[in-house]
Design a binder for this molecule. Sequence first.
Ligand code: NAD
Length: 511
Amino acid sequence: MRTIDHVIAGESGGSAGVARSGDVYDPNTGQVQARVTLGTQADLDRAVAAAQAAQPGWAATNPQRRARVMFRFKELVEQNMDALAHMLSSEHGKVIADSKGDIQRGLEVIEFCCGIPHVLKGEYTQGAGPGIDVYSMRQPLGIGAGITPFNFPGMIPMWMFGTAIATGNAFILKPSERDPSVPVRLAELMLEAGAPAGILQVVHGDKEMVDAILDHPAISAISFVGSSDIAHYVYRRGVDAGKRVQAMGGAKNHGIVMPDADLDQVVADLSGAAFGSAGERCMALPVVVPVGEKTADALREKLIPAIAALRVGVSTDAEAHYGPVVNAAHRTRVENWIQTGVDEGAELVVDGRNFTLQGHEQGFFIGPSLFDRVTTDMSAYKEEIFGPVLQIVRAPDFETAVRLPSEHQYGNGVAIFTRNGHAAREFAARVNVGMVGINVPIPVPVAYHSFGGWKRSAFGDTNQHGMEGVRFWTKVKTVTQRWPDGSVLPTGSEDGGPSRVQDAFVIPTMG
Ligand code: NAD
């Protein structure tokens, strides 16, 4: 059985006296394909020691040279794209095209980081007071850590380590123990690209390792992405230990369908946004809100055949819309939520439970499900299901449609489908959600903007990547300088002779 190990100080190596390991499945077959080492405090201490040794030199390396490592890393990932995508699909279950998208989205953050010298230029004011200049610079925090979820094992680590490393930090990644191979491979490619050993390291583990990271005094900042309860826990414990923390959580994104929307387009968009990647996306669209009964009936009628046409298959099936979910426990969880929806009185229009794929009976497959007449008091509406389940919540009018996502506990993404620019503009301005799509079902911002939800979808106050990422991974130092050394200026005195710089310090004020 293959063992997936940490990458510490530039080497792949076992846990000191390996205590525990976790099973890594192939969700297509349902079989365990590898074991991942579940690390301990001692493993983290080794990684921190290597990071401490490497980081000052890396921070002192000029930013163009750091950017060159990013360029090289981007090339290497592109050269390895096929192998990485297959590796990712075999542990996660998403289809190959989605795995390539997962990696590509992360690479776009690396592309942004190739321009890091420009971004780090800082600010300067000449003559803020008599003979006084003020300048601000962004300095790295030191050692940062990232704790990532299973659903984007390529993109989310790159969101974090790209920016952290380009800005001069050392970074320790604790990826999901469910699909840890791609993060390991990315760390190896970063070494090959020229990052010094100790600058990007991977430690595997579960709660024990996360707690060790949260409490480690040498780690200055933690970026977390995962479910909301864990995000909140990580946020509180990390902040309590004096660290800078950003912690992204779960989601329940709504798609508002106005009566004037192009319903064929909406249905095509929903097929991908609700069911793609088996619904295991934090920017999936699992709730659709048609405005008015007529819109709702027409939408439902078009959704049923579109759902019937979805092809569920193994992740290497190029024709499949989506593959299996990540493991058996998650499949059971999703199926339990479907039952809860039924028990709470929603109408189950399409039931995706008890689905088996011929030849892959042990795989973790779930068929697509559609609920109608879901209401806001149902727990199946309030909670994240994270599976191929679409819920129709009927809204009588636009005001209700704005209120539903605004009042939901999650506020990651939302979309509105309409041909009416005024309605779209009003919606975007008023809705209480962090990322908005206008006729865009999955409004994931491009890399040079930033990603982050509101309410229980994110704890902390900076987003991922773009300038927000740079702000998170750096601290501002502001220098106020003057040079009253009595040096003689060549001109300026009343009689035309040399004059002296004003020696008395005057605090620069606006008064
Ligand atoms: P998860 O919360 O189970 O795990 C995330 C990370 O936390 C993993 O590295 C895991 O090892 C660790 N962890 C798990 N239990 C822990 C515990 N008790 N104590 C400390 N650490 C623990 O999430 P997941 O199932 O891997 O990912 C899916 C979730 O992530 C969904 O809720 C999804 O919406 C969310 N997500 C959010 C975003 C976003 O940007 N908002 C992006 C992707 C995924």
